[in-house]
Design a protein around this ligand. Sequence first.
Ligand code: PLP
Length: 384
Amino acid sequence: MSMSHTPVPLCDINAQYRALKPEIDAAIARVVTSGMAINGPDVAAFEKEAAAYCGAKYAVGCASGTDALLLALHALDIGPGDEVILPTFTFFATMGSVCRTGATPVFADIDPETYNIDPAEIAKRITPRTKAIMPVHLFGQCADMDAITNLAKTHDLHIIEDAAQSFGAEYRGVRCGTLGVVNCFSFYPSKNLGTLGDAGMVTTESADIYKKLLALRNHGSEVKYYHKMMGWNARIDTLQAAMLRVKLPHVDGWLEGRRQAAARYDRLIEDSGLSGFLRRPVSRPECTHTFNQYVVRASGGHRDALVKHLKDSGIGCEIYYPLPLHLQECIAHLGYKVGDYPISETAARTVLAFPMFAEITEEQQRRVIDTCASFVPQQLRKAA
Ligand SMILES: *Cc1c(COP(=O)(O)O)cnc(C)c1O
């Protein structure tokens, strides 16, 4: 197989392990020999270090990003009869967590350039039942937080950041994790800070919410076997916390690697004359994009054929997300229909994500773009 046909993975989960093997192995051995698999000292230490990184007062580790969202909603007493406004173009967990509290998800359409929730769309959907806005910082870039914060202040609503894809991302120089009242992260392996399993985190500036989060993740108990509130087991494994502590000091370097890779994709697309066919991601000047995903739009209804061509050629690519949440079968009873959120529906038909990880090489990226170029008919390129 020649170099030009070597597959390019969507994400290289093992690259960071290879780079940090001695330290990660030592951290694992330390937890295993300590016998403190649950709530060992690495949990509190990680929470302290991760809170400091985000500039947040408190952080609570938990079992997944999904549990982080559920903890945040429960900490704010959101439940039946309440409405939570969220984008329809996001990962399922943003909505799933709202539904699981018994609250009703109310969808808003997105900005067609950043794919983030559109504040004007939020404003249209605020009712007396609205309790919270849940902006998602999609693909590694913060949502339009100035406008969202203004809406939240005017209407007395909570902001819950879904920052699962955006650990380390900044908005006007401030890291996410402090932009809402309770804020949620995922450490799923492919996220900006990924571990070797499931884990998540919630941050807050409020001592009261912090106390509640600690109880909620441990069956609602502050004193063992006495349960003040209804919680569940949402704890983070000590093993995950220990590995995350090894990785955290490297995250800024990895984010820089992602940004450089994004800039290389931008240039390669431009240089191959593909910029009319593939619309590149847009970074807002007030945001520091972290490129958890590098998402392009394919024009002219060619997306699915391009994805097939890339996959057939050994190039990892993925569609985030092929079906907006308002059209998911599990909420058919809410009565949404095709056409309700046109910008999200168009995005779902046109976007695709290229291979993206901090360690991706220019050679690998060139193969991705060359493979796109070999798909695109000559006329299309000229039309650009
Ligand atoms: C990954 C993700 C989640 C869920 O995180 P898990 O750790 O997989 O449970 C939630 N919201 C968004 C936007 C995500 O990308």
